[in-house]
Design a protein. Structure first.
Length: 312
């Protein structure tokens, strides 16, 4: 039997993060105490997190998208390879630079972020065609919205033709919502609180409101919804069964990687044959563990850590 494949099709960035006592006001320069340069972008973060989780499991993880022919592109490739991600479907773009995110964080953990999408925003149907062998083989397809929706839709359609489960993280929440044709191509939608509000007008402040929002999303054509409620846990609904899972007790220090690690954990759990409720619990544990350390991709947990938390 062929090894299951998780394919992330999405954005690849390099994050330049500066930490200072306070964020600068318009026209002002402040001195940072530290800075880091590391892997970012929701597509690459989810691939890296899934690869770390799958390291001791019989699951392959690959990434499709674009990077520039520049030093940041080489750095992204090197970092992703270190996580064990198959980069055979990742294309070099000679006309656009690698995407970057400029992140400022102050002493109270408030942040401001400027993203220059670069090659990510040039991803189109030609990338879907180039990634066809991986899309046809994929058991799980991870999608996000840091590349154009036309490419997201084409990738989802291609993967579902051969039976893949399509997971969409609707982040960043699109100003004008999802394309009408995309809803019915989504097997599992995983919005957080703000994305849920953007897509439905409902704030999932408690399980009752989360259920209302999930049912609104299901009515648009998606097959299952996991509403990420932050400190209130997760509400899941597959159109027939539903439930609320409370949060795991951890001491968070940095929430930046929580959403991406949640989706990576969901993908690995589903690839291993878990049902939606069990997969949601594993995903929640992955997201919780990611908040206990700093960074984006580097905050991803190992599978043994996740199992310890789940079974504790």
């Amino acid at each position: 039997m062929r090894t299951p494949l998780i394919l992330s099709f999405g954005s690849i960035n390099i994050d330049l993060t500066a930490r200072s006592q306070r964020l600068p006001r318009p026209g002002e320069t402040v001195h940072a105490e530290t800075y880091t340069v590391g892997l970012g972008g929701k597509g690459s973060n989810q691939a890296a997190a899934a690869a770390r989780l799958a390291r001791t499991l019989d699951i392959d993880v690959a990434l499709a998208g674009r990077v520039g022919c520049d030093a940041f592109g080489a750095q992204a490739r090197s970092a992703l390879s270190g996580f064990g991600v198959d980069l055979s479907a990742l294309r070099d773009d000679p006309e656009n630079p690698t995407g970057i995110a400029l992140i400022g964080i102050d002493a109270a953990a408030e942040n401001c972020i400027t993203v220059a999408g670069g090659a990510n925003m040039a991803v189109d149907v030609s990338d879907v065609t180039a990634a066809a062998p991986w899309l046809e083989r994929a058991k799980i397809l991870l999608l996000q919205l840091e590349i154009p929706q036309g490419a997201v839709l084409a990738a989802a359609r291609q993967a579902r033709k051969t039976g893949a489960t399509v997971i969409l993280d609707p982040a960043p929440a699109p100003e004008h919502g999802l394309a009408d044709a995309l809803w019915s191509e989504i097997d599992v939608l995983t919005p957080n609180e703000s994305e849920t509000f953007s897509l439905t007008g409902i704030r999932p402040t408690d399980p009752a409101k989360a259920r209302e929002a999930a049912e609104a999303l299901l009515s648009k054509g998606v097959r299952a919804v996991l509403v990420k409620m932050g400190a209130e846990g997760v509400f899941w609904h597959d159109g027939t069964h539903s439930g609320h899972l409370g949060p795991f007790a951890v001491k968070p220090v940095d929430t930046v990687a929580a959403g991406d690690c949640f989706n990576a954990g969901l993908a690995v759990a589903l690839a291993r044959g878990a049902g939606l409720m069990d997969a949601a619990r594993i995903a929640s544990a992955c997201g919780a563990l990611a908040t206990t350390r700093h960074g984006a991709a580097d905050a991803a947990p190992e599978w043994t850590e996740v199992m310890t938390l789940v079974n504790d």
